[in-house]
Design a protein around this ligand. Sequence first.
Ligand SMILES: Nc1ncnc2c1ncn2[C@@H]1O[C@H](COP(=O)(O)OP(=O)(O)OP(=O)(O)O)[C@@H](O)[C@H]1O
Ligand SMILES: [Mg+2]
Length: 644
Amino acid sequence: MLWSMQQQKQHASNEEEEFAGHKSGISSARTSNLKRLSNSSSCSGLSTCLEDMTGTASEPIKKPSSFHKLLALNAPEWKKAIVGSGCAVVFGAVYPVYAFVLGSMISAFFIRDHQEMKSKIRTYDLIFFSLCVVSFTVNLVQHYNFAAMGELVTKRIRESMLTKLLTFEVGWFDKEENSSGAICSKLANEANVVKSLVADRISLTIQTCTAVLLAIALGLWVAWRLAVVMIAIQPLTILCFYTRKVLLKNMSKKSGEAQNQASQIAAEAVANHRTITAFCSNDRILSLFRATQAKNRKDGIRQSWLAGFGIGSAQSLTFLTWGLDYWYGGKLVHEGLITSADVFKTFFILLSTGRIIAEAGSMTSDLAKGSAALKSVFEILYRVTKINPDDPPGTKPVRIQGNIEFNNVAFAYPSRPDVVVLKDFSLKVKAGSSIALVGPSGSGKSTIVALVERFYDPLKGKIMIDGTDVKKFNLRCLRERIALVGQEPVLFGGSIRDNILFGRPNATEAEIMEAARAANAHDFISNLKDGYETYCGERGVQLSGGQKQRIAIARAIIKNPAILLLDEATSALDGESEKVVQEALDRVMVGRTSVMVAHRLSTIWSAECIAVIEDGVIVEQGGHQDLMSRGGAFFNLVKLQQQQ
Ligand SMILES: Nc1ncnc2c1ncn2[C@@H]1O[C@H](COP(=O)(O)OP(=O)(O)OP(=O)(O)O)[C@@H](O)[C@H]1O
Ligand SMILES: [Mg+2]
């Protein structure tokens, strides 16, 4: 009874966890905690922990088995694991002891001497009472320890996964299977499934093993002939469940993939709800969502049929065993080899093993789900990033002058390897000078900016900063000296202050305001009701495009970088604001190497050099006047814009 209640509780808690996981999968995709992200110190402990587990990222790692990896993940909670396992062993022993006493109790009612009957029943009653106290206590301690362990593991898995994810090269995120929705669903659901694998499954396995071993030992001790027959039938029950487990393992993988797809669609729909509303695409998104859900449902139904067949077969086999046991027990009593009391004891004791194995067997689908989740978690935790931002042997420059050089660079995005974006591309930018990249859309301007940040590695050629290949630098150090204002300014769901501080977490109040002034953002921020404490909204939705861009510029300025990368940094501003911000940028650009990409050619007058890019190659390069007088590609671009 106790056992069944525990099983039911575990099933119910799994369902709750899964439900909560799905809910939080979407909500966690929406909330970002800027402070946590910017607080790199909190991650360092974890990354050390991960490095301990994975070895240094650049070394090829020996792949340990999933079980060893799971143990390594739980290592810090070894005390809780030992206490919990000890209690699970005791609780596992409770059931065979209870069965033994129950058998003895029944036989006590057949004693003719009333006094002896009374004293035996009193003794067995006392044992029952002790079992009650022991069960209560060990259950309490066991559940507390395993639950606490599970919670800590979930927390650690989520943090480790996010820490690891943030070290992955940008190209990994470009892949379809690694979209933000899929990753959020992994972070939310799979850590939970692993938790249940640790907390519930480990305790259940220990309990089952103890109970089965003890029951077999007791059964053989009481009446070995009957016990041998009863034990001989158990493999049939186990085989039935084993087959079911293998079938379900394959199916749970498929249903997991389908669920990820559904969560991904939902997360993207919520994140991009404005675009969906504007294009009236609600029905299309819903039908996509329904189609993936339908696949989930079909898989679920098939799974239930199989589960029913497996459980049904196991149950029938158990009843068959009972019939055989009574028949053979009666035969042995008839032959005078054992007493009727022995039949009851052995029957009750070994009856429990069949049930325990059967019930543990019915959890195989959860186990299959758990191991699929575990595999997916470890795929992230043990992946070696192609571009490691913490490369320890990398050069850590104290100062960077800012000379940038592209030497015969060829590049294609890893997600689209057949489209060559840059072909034999060479470019030199002197330290402290500014260059403007212009050219038609899709010509490769943003790609050049991304390569300076080493978001990707080139297929051929070298990108050098101050004469050193960017691959030789410790990336985190290098990136600290480069600031990027992207084409689509990204703000986080924190206050304006938090967002500016993202550039330099230890900046003072005065420095924040100075950076905001330089970006022409101070006035509009001061006019907001909450000033610098104004909440930007998720991805900055509560601000206009121009406001977002000015905050992004302030965030770059506060970093005091040696290299400033401005990818259409003023494209969302109106003419007047653009002029003011451009003036501010011109001031900030003095003494720094600046690479600016601009569509509106009016903003690049101040650049010392202009490079016109077409189809991934420089078709023209020179000063403004020089290019205008040549009457070539740049001249045509300017003329075209003037006409517009
Ligand atoms: N993450 C990516 N994965 C695959 N291909 C990409 C990716 N980003 C850009 N591209 C492709 O690379 C080419 C160059 O893109 P890039 O963004 O560098 O152009 P751009 O000159 O900045 O254009 P725009 O002026 O419109 O911003 C385009 O054909 C684009 O489709
Ligand atoms: Mg671009």
